[in-house]
Design a protein around this ligand. Structure first.
Ligand code: FES
Length: 166
């Protein structure tokens, strides 16, 4: 399924009010942009920063729109495009690699019927390859909506994880 099939998000008055509260909690401080974007992304269905929201933030924080997009594209936790309900971020850094993270890649591709950066037909899952997110002691690991799931060393453990989410 193409991500572009997901309906574009509209900045409603209600969302603008919630964004203003987040900005106030961050003292309208543009140097806290990463935290602000992460908090706002949690509010948006499909966990991304729509263009309209990016422009709203640039105006509110009095920062260049390019700064907003530089930040979103630099951090793997942030996205400019709609994600699935459960974006599965598979760590592909060295500790997870040596702990056979290829089992996670192959098993999830097989069980979900998608490749990296694709979305399942029902919009529930995407697969992303990301750099270390600091859970090396639980390698090999994945992160889903900010929560880490580790020790995924077998197909059975990965099936259990998916059944928790379905
Ligand atoms: S190397 Fe995978 S979480 Fe650190």
């Amino acid at each position: 399924m193409s991500l572009s099939l997901i309906k574009n998000y509209v900045l409603t008055k209600e969302l603008a009010t919630k964004i203003d509260l987040i900005l106030a909690a961050h003292e309208n401080d543009g140097s806290q942009l990463v935290g602000i974007l992460l908090d706002i992304q949690e509010l948006i269905p499909n966990h991304y920063i729509p263009e309209e929201v990016a422009y709203y933030l640039a105006e509110k924080l009095d920062v260049k729109i390019t700064n907003i997009y530089d930040c979103i594209t630099f951090y793997s936790s942030l996205s400019t495009t709609p994600r699935a309900k459960y974006p599965i971020q598979i760590c592909n850094s060295i500790v997870c690699k040596v702990n056979q993270n290829d089992t996670i890649f192959t098993t999830l591709k097989d069980l979900l019927g998608i490749n990296l950066n694709e979305i399942t037909y029902d919009g529930r899952f995407t697969l992303e390859s990301v750099a270390c997110f600091g859970a090396c002691d639980m390698a090999p690991a994945v992160r889903i909506n900010g929560k880490v799931y580790g020790y995924l060393t077998s197909r059975a453990k990965i099936e259990n994880l998916l059944s928790e989410l379905i």
